[in-house]
Design a protein around this ligand. Structure first.
Ligand code: SF4
Length: 433
């Protein structure tokens, strides 16, 4: 491998995978390689960071590998490496089936990948990354792995046990990101609210936030992947105490029916779920709750689905995602009969998203005539696209802004006036009226 070669990383899957790619890019740059992300135009080496969570994601990963295996075979690229969750989960099968790939690596193999490129891992770069998101926001992965045992989920088997990072190392990384111009810090993990239990023998997310809010330059802090069972209620007090912490929480609930929640090993039942949602709304007025549900779980009856539908209708979650159950081998649920037909799964998912469209449209309408704070992401067709504190990048709503000042730029945090809205987006002007 000569150092003037270009190495391109392709990241599939979630933001946690993206952070792994960013760490890898920083090490490769320090080793003297030219690097690129999601742009293989001039690449000599391609590294695919795969996702192996559910069927659709696995399919996308395999297709991406096959695409680049052809390029490797034809000599368009000199080396093809595969890392990440799919590779961790199916390394031996993939190795047999796609021999064009030079090497398969797991999820925590930065060192081994560097060695395969005749480079060495630099400990001194811990906490440093190449930011691949727009430079005003970045993800902070506060722990790796998961100690839970949700019946439908393959992640603990792929990513291993929960390993929390120290508060000091996370503050150092946040200072690094702030120096690079990051204003919005998005906290991620497999199970955010579990943070610290392994390292400090207690839940330390509130304590971590108390330190992160002190980092100058960071203006917004957003929380993703909270877990309902054992939810640390003191977190809500910290959210109220610091305006830097967005009035937003992502907390996948998965279902509402107690029989199904029990079968899913979620550690919480219908009553506990309802109580938690109510407490979050009471303790943090105006909070936007993002959640997600699974439909078509083994044995889900029409009546149990109806309970979920009614719960979503009455709860009016601000942001919602719906997944159809995917039968994953080596998960507890793989022992169950995947008896809900694909068409029924799809129909149930669509029914819930139609309900959510009405909820989202009504909520967006409630903003018309008001002023809200937004962060500017990008320019599209002469308009600036931004987000409120109730919207996370890539997954939530957007604000389409007419800038009458000519001063807006990516990363600007300003108040805008809402003039109209539709199901998912709101329309605004700046400066505000
Ligand atoms: S909390 Fe449950 S769903 Fe989330 S990664 Fe862990 S086992 Fe999977």
């Amino acid at each position: 491998m000569s150092k003037n070669q270009t190495i391109n990383i392709i990241t599939l899957g979630c933001a946690k995978n993206l952070v792994d790619s960013e760490v890898m890019l920083r090490q490769l740059q320090a080793a003297g390689f030219n690097t690129s992300h999601e742009d293989a135009a001039n690449a000599d080496v391609v590294i695919i960071n795969t996702c192996g969570f559910i069927n659709d994601a696995k399919e996308e990963s395999v297709n991406t590998i096959l695409h680049w295996a052809k390029a490797r075979k034809s000599g368009d690229i000199d080396k093809l490496l595969v890392m990440g969750c799919l590779s961790q989960r199916y390394k031996d099968d993939l190795f047999k089936e796609i021999p064009e790939v030079d090497a398969f690596f797991g999820v925590n193999d930065v060192n081994a990948i560097l060695q395969s490129l005749n480079a060495t891992y630099r400990e001194a770069l811990l906490g440093e990354r190449v930011i691949t998101t727009p430079s005003h926001y970045a993800y902070l992965k506060i722990s790796e792995g998961c100690d839970r045992n949700c019946s439908f989920c393959a992640i603990p088997g792929i990513r291993g046990k929960n390993i929390s990072r120290t508060i000091e190392s996370l503050v150092t990384e946040t200072e690094f990101l702030a120096e690079k111009g990051v204003k919005e810090l998005i906290l991620i993990a497999q199970d955010l609210t579990y943070y610290g239990l392994d390292l400090y023998n207690k839940r330390m997310l509130p304590a971590l936030l108390e330190e992160l809010v002190k980092v100058s330059g960071i203006e917004w802090i957003r929380l993703h992947y909270a877990y309902p069972a054992g939810f640390p209620l003191e977190l809500l007090d910290v959210m109220n105490k610091h305006s830097k912490i967005c009035n937003y929480i992502d907390i996948p609930l998965q279902h509402i029916n107690s029989r199904i929640l029990k079968s899913m090993h979620r550690g919480i039942d219908e009553e506990g779920t309802r109580k938690l949602v109510q407490t979050i709304r009471e303790k943090v007025p105006g909070i936007a709750i993002r959640t997600s549900f699974i439909v078509g779980y083994p044995g889900e009856t029409a009546k149990e689905f109806a309970e979920l539908r009614d719960f979503i209708r009455e709860s009016e979650f601000e942001r919602l995602g719906v997944f159809t159950y995917s039968h994953e081998e080596n998960t507890p649920a793989s022992q169950l009969d995947d008896n809900v037909r694909p068409a029924a799964k799809a129909r149930r998912a669509e029914e819930l998203m139609l309900i959510q469209q009405d909820i989202s449209a009504a909520r967006n309408k409630s903003f018309e005539g008001k002023s809200v704070q937004v962060i500017i992401d990008k320019k599209e067709d002469g308009k600036w696209i931004g987000r409120t504190q109730f919207d996370s990048p890539e997954v939530d709503n957007e604000v389409v802004i007419t800038d009458n000042s000519g001063t807006l730029a990516p990363g600007s945090i300003v108040n805008v006036s809402i003039t109209s809205s539709d199901i998912y987006d709101i329309i605004a002007v700046y400066p505000e009226n």
